[in-house]
Design a protein around this ligand. Structure first.
Ligand SMILES: *Cc1c(COP(=O)(O)O)cnc(C)c1O
Length: 416
């Protein structure tokens, strides 16, 4: 992402304000990368369908824009955690099948039924959804969730028969339709672990029990991104892909490129300052870092208020084709890189230079994976926590071609 590319984005009435904010700092989302990734998963999952998981504002990428791009590229479903997230998509005119799975007593089941949002049901929600269906005089669409081992949401296998029976009673009364049966995996990102097999076994049992009780689902689904990539036997009718849509790898030992995925988010800004300093110059709060010789410090105007983890000292920032580790403490608004010795003229020339925190990793540029390592977390958290102080901008918003048919897959991924 270049300075010029960010400037090219069309931005409406508040143009000058918005434009300068985008130039100062932005998370640039490449929707062609999103489409590419979705096409990969459509091919990998086929004949199963793909649900693009766009919860948490599409892992920080922008739910509405990502949803549209994912549907363009062949995703058949969208998934979110909260009903409120689903309603925001409906309000933006997104009318694809859409599932929300995490509720409380305050969740707006009425609005979900009215908007044709499918609701995940682990137990108590069943009566709440049926009450909403009665009120709306419209059958609810539900997916029954079984806990196959994750220990979070989902009905225990002990209570499963009862939940299925109740749901079928309500279906017979025309109050709901059981559209799906689903579960969620705990360790699919560690393909050698045996628990995934155990969860799949329990899932198959739960499906068999439901079928015995007369359930006739459209979709059975359990696979997330890592299971979609590593466990074809987990695909069933539908795979729920989040991380992979954004081009990131769920596996410790594999990069995005290894998986044929294109990271969609670039977080970039401009250096606020660049100055020569003497040997022994302390840097940032605590003075935990001191220059070991005469050097040059670059000031990057991104900090923990922007979603840079405070713990991530050492994370790389790219300036002028070189990655420099952040030195000293990361502050609320800013962090510092040590660019090494240079002339006053060169230091001055770098004032205002573009600084990339992470991007697609092409040409050795920094990645969300690098920042995850620096912060002892995962790449999910790095992209999702880029805060609203960093304006999102979009490139390649319009699809350039038709969605690839299932089976058409890039050579780089075909080898997997
Ligand atoms: C977030 C989530 C997913 C997507 O997981 P990824 O690892 O990002 O693919 C799928 N299913 C459920 C229930 C989730 O909460």
């Amino acid at each position: 992402m270049t300075y010029e590319a960010a400037a090219d984005i069309g931005i409406g009435s508040k143009a000058s304000v918005t434009r300068s904010a985008l130039l100062e700092r932005s998370a640039v989302i490449d929707l062609d990368a999103v489409r590419h990734n979705v096409r990969q998963f459509v091919a990998i999952a086929s004949p199963a369908s793909v649900m693009a998981v766009v919860k948490a504002d599409a892992y920080g990428h922008g739910a509405v824009q990502v949803a549209r791009a994912a549907l363009d590229a062949g995703a058949a479903w969208l998934g979110v955690a909260h009903i409120s997230e689903a309603l925001a998509l409906r309000a933006a005119g997104v009318d694809a099948p859409l599932l929300a799975w995490l509720h409380t007593r305050e969740s707006n089941f009425q609005a979900a039924v009215a908007a044709g949002v499918d609701v995940g049901i682990s137990g108590w929600e069943l009566d709440a959804v049926v009450a909403a269906a009665r009120e709306q005089e419209r059958p609810a669409r539900v997916h029954l969730k079984v806990d196959t081992g994750l220990g979070r949401n989902g009905c225990t296998i002990e209570d499963w028969d009862q939940l299925v029976g109740q749901a079928m009673d309500y279906q017979d009364q025309g109050l709901l339709r059981v559209v799906g049966i689903f579960s969620h995996l705990a360790v699919a990102d560690e393909p050698h672990r045996p628990e995934t097999d155990e969860q799949l076994t329990v899932f198959r049992e739960a499906i068999a029990m439901a079928e015995d009780a007369g359930v006739d689902t459209e979709v059975r689904h359990i696979a997330n991104t890592p299971a979609t990539l590593s466990r074809p036997d987990s695909h069933f009718d539908l795979v729920r892909v989040g991380l992979g849509v954004y081009g990131l790898s769920p596996f410790e030992g594999a990069t995005s490129a290894d998986l044929g995925l294109h990271p969609a988010m670039t977080v970039r800004t401009l250096l606020s300052n660049c100055k020569k300093v003497p040997e022994g110059q302390g840097v940032s709060y605590g003075l935990n870092y001191r220059t070991t010789g005469e050097s040059t410090l670059g000031l990057v105007p991104l900090g923990y208020a922007d979603g840079v983890p405070r713990i991530a000292t050492g994370g790389p920032v790219r300036v002028n084709g070189t990655n420099y580790p952040v030195v000293g403490r990361i502050a609320m608004d800013q962090m510092v890189i040590d660019l090494g010795p240079m002339t006053v003229e060169d230091a001055n020339a770098l004032k205002g230079a573009e600084a990339v925190m992470f991007g697609d990793g092409a040409d050795g540029g920094p990645t969300a994976d690098d920042w995850a390592a620096a912060a002892s977390t995962n790449n999910y958290e790095i992209v999702t926590r880029i805060s609203s102080r960093v304006p999102r901008s979009y490139v390649n918003e319009l699809a350039t071609g038709p969605a690839a048919p299932a089976g058409a897959v890039d050579a780089e991924t075909a080898a997997l």
